[in-house]
Design a protein around this ligand. Structure first.
Ligand SMILES: [Zn+2]
Length: 339
């Protein structure tokens, strides 16, 4: 990402500090060569050279940059399996991802962590943002997502003979798990995204209480990823899946829906962050019916929303770390619909 040059001053706004400290009225923020050098009351601001660019906040609120901790720039109004894989070619998905990243930045997100990517787009999107040829948040890139054969992301029936080549790396056993991670190492990802559990979106075969990877597979993913300095996270709803992930050495947990005291102890022992991403369920329940979502799917989302909210509260109360992310990019929670 290219840094701006010169001095910019934002004034005439209330500064939201983002800590327990109260907001600061009549605040000024001074940015020099792309870095904030002062943020506080206007009366304490340093003297500004007359040539500085001035932005009048018009009495509004000045926020720090937001961080989207579970970002899918390559997901675009996903309403069905086909939308995630075979709806568009890689060329068009790349353009959509660039547009989604630009939108996120314009909505105030200055940093984002990818939660899984179609093809290997996020790695290259990150490079384009860093080179200044595309605009978007500072991006931490993940790549294609790893899931066990027959698991949540292996949705295409075999008779279609198309696999899930754009989005997932399907594995059977620890050897294939290692091979998938090694491919991602070569692809240049920073985080490896996996699917230890199912989701309410697949009530018949891979619901939110189903395990989609074995402990051995998860263990092999972590050992190989850590060997190359990559971090590992996973879509973890079922209680046993959360515990498998924490015992295997995962670096983060996505969703963390069905926590219990044992899972909480495992989480706190290594201070593993969890990203509940509850807006996905909330939006599914609110808007899913418009997209033909079945009652059993919506009932499942209600169950995971309730349990996920309880688990998030449990983690916060115990002093654990939560990341804020919305899992945007589905038809019912599109990019730009940031809560
Ligand atoms: Zn996600």
């Amino acid at each position: 990402m290219k840094l701006a040059t010169g001095t910019t001053v934002i004034s005439n706004g209330t500064l939201f500090v983002g800590t327990d400290s109260p907001s600061i009225p009549n605040a000024t923020v001074v940015i020099k060569d792309g870095k904030i050098v002062f943020a506080g009351p206007e009366k304490s601001a340093p003297t500004i050279e007359p040539s500085a660019e001035k932005i009048d906040a018009l009495g509004g609120t000045i926020l720090p940059g937001l961080v989207e901790a579970h970002f899918h720039p390559t997901y675009f109004d996903v309403a069905a399996l086909e939308d995630l894989d075979i709806k568009y070619p890689v060329e068009y998905v790349t353009l959509l991802a660039a547009a989604n990243a630009k939108l996120a930045l314009e909505c105030g997100y200055t940093a984002a962590r990818s939660g899984g990517s179609l093809f290997n787009i996020d790695v290259w999107l990150k490079k384009a943002i860093e080179c200044g040829i595309s605009s978007g948040p500072r991006l931490v890139a993940s790549g294609r997502e790893i899931c066990g054969v027959g698991g949540l992301m292996d949705w295409n029936p075999d008779f279609r003979k198309i696999g899930m080549d754009g989005l997932v790396l399907l594995i059977n056993g620890a050897d294939e798990a290692r091979a998938a991670v090694r491919k991602l190492v070569k692809d240049g990802v920073e985080w490896v995204k996996t699917y230890p559990t199912g989701d309410a979106a697949s009530p018949d075969l891979n619901d939110h209480h189903t395990l989609c990877m074995t402990f051995e597979e998860m263990n092999a993913v972590v050992a190989t990823a850590h060997n190359h300095g990559l971090k590992v996270t996973g879509h973890c709803r079922a209680n046993a899946g959360i515990k498998n992930a924490l015992r295997a050495g995962y670096d983060a947990i996505e969703h963390g829906t069905f926590m219990d005291n044992e899972a909480l102890d495992l989480l706190l022992k290594r201070d593993v962050p969890c990203v509940p991403a509850l807006y996905f369920e909330y939006a599914s329940i609110e808007h899913g019916p418009k997209y033909g979502m079945s009652k059993s799917v919506i009932d499942g989302h209600k169950e995971t929303l309730e349990a996920g909210a309880e688990s998030a509260k449990m983690i916060l109360k115990a002093g654990g770390r939560l990341g804020m992310g919305g899992d945007y990019g589905f038809a019912w929670n599109p990019h730009g619909d940031y809560a």
